[in-house]
Design a protein around this ligand. Structure first.
Ligand SMILES: [Zn+2]
Length: 338
């Protein structure tokens, strides 16, 4: 099959790879219907994360089941499925508590920009749609696999409530999906921090009520202006840099909450500042599996359309251009079709 391999920063190639096989009795093999490039894939592409040796890429996917291991009894070949970037048995104590991305059997997906994918813990990980969805739903279903699920978790972790105020730090695909989540969870005021015209427009379409273009102290001052001088009830941190985290912590009001879902790179949390801020903090890899059935339903009923974050669609063979376009910020997110 054809699959994506990163050889060094900036060097992503599509090449012939071995077809995946059932390894464990709990595995499934899916034929990829759509996959995509994640903002977090750019950490390696940009050399911020080391690439010690060539390795496959990709952790977002929707597909059709080809084959299941003998312990996968609730899924069958031919079903259209969505799964998370973190696999889970969906039966262990952490899964039952709704933190499937801390499943005791968790494996992170990392080979999904390919024609076929092996899914460990298939029965707990994959959620089948009632029927084969129409093509128009595929981008949004793919978005639930990671960015929409992660944006949703950011809003839940930041305790977005009906009537509340939410600030979204980061205008990448996750931040934009965080705007959708804040709206769906009933926030009255949703402030998107963005400097890019096309992303501002999408944020407004998704339900943002205000756009703040300033960053740092000026950005914090603008948020305070908009929130009675005290800061927001909920802040969604969707970047993962020290600047974004500091921005998020300082935009929340005393008693407010920050949900942080950007994978932290060199982020330090100052203990004394956090102590005196009275801000609650929860983050981590999103337990997307908790939200998948609900998000799939919202997509298939036309309530949400997070697939709009894909502003570039390419054949899988052109995956390198998908990375390049995102790296150069010509694209928010690249969708890949095998
Ligand atoms: Zn589990």
């Amino acid at each position: 099959m054809r699959g994506t391999v990163i050889h060094a920063p900036g060097e992503v190639r599509i090449e012939d790879c071995d077809d995946p096989k059932i390894v464990q009795s709990t595995d499934a093999i899916i034929r990829t219907v759509a996959t995509c490039v994640c903002g977090s894939d750019l950490w390696a592409y940009r050399g911020i994360e080391a690439v010690p040796e060539p390795h496959p890429m990709g952790h977002e996917y929707v597909g059709i089941i080809e084959e299941v291991g003998r312990d996968v009894t609730a899924l069958k070949p031919g079903q259209f499925v969505v799964g998370s970037f973190a696999t889970s048995d969906n039966t262990c104590p952490n899964c039952r508590n709704g933190f499937q991305s801390s499943c005791v059997h968790r494996e992170f997906m990392s080979t999904c920009q390919a024609e076929y994918i092996r899914i460990p813990n298939a029965q707990g990980t994959l959620v089948a749609t009632p029927d084969r969805p129409a093509d128009e739903f595929v981008p949004s279903l793919l978005a639930t696999s990671d960015v929409m699920g992660t944006g949703w978790y950011a809003a839940v972790a930041a305790e977005v409530r009906p009537g509340g105020t939410a600030v979204v730090v980061g205008d990448g695909a996750v931040g934009l999906c965080g705007v959708i989540a804040a709206k769906e969870l009933g926030a009255k005021r949703i402030i998107a921090m963005s400097r890019h015209a096309s992303r501002q427009k999408l944020a407004l379409d998704f339900g943002a009520t205000d756009i703040v273009t300033e960053r740092g102290d000026d950005g914090i001052a603008r948020i305070k202006d908009l929130t009675e001088g005290i800061g927001a009830d909920s802040v969604l941190e969707c970047v993962g840099t020290p600047e974004a985290m500091q921005q998020a912590l300082r935009c929340a009001r005393p008693g407010g909450n920050v949900g942080f879902v950007g994978v932290p790179h060199d982020v330090q949390i100052p203990g004394e500042e956090l102590f005196f801020s009275h801000v609650g903090l929860r983050g981590g890899p999103a337990p997307v599996r908790r939200f998948l059935p609900d998000l799939i339903d919202r997509v298939l009923t036309g309530r949400i359309n997070p697939g709009r974050v894909f502003d570039l669609t390419l054949p899988l063979e052109q995956v390198a251009e998908g990375y390049k376009a995102m790296d150069e910020r010509r694209a928010i997110k690249s969708l890949l079709l095998p």
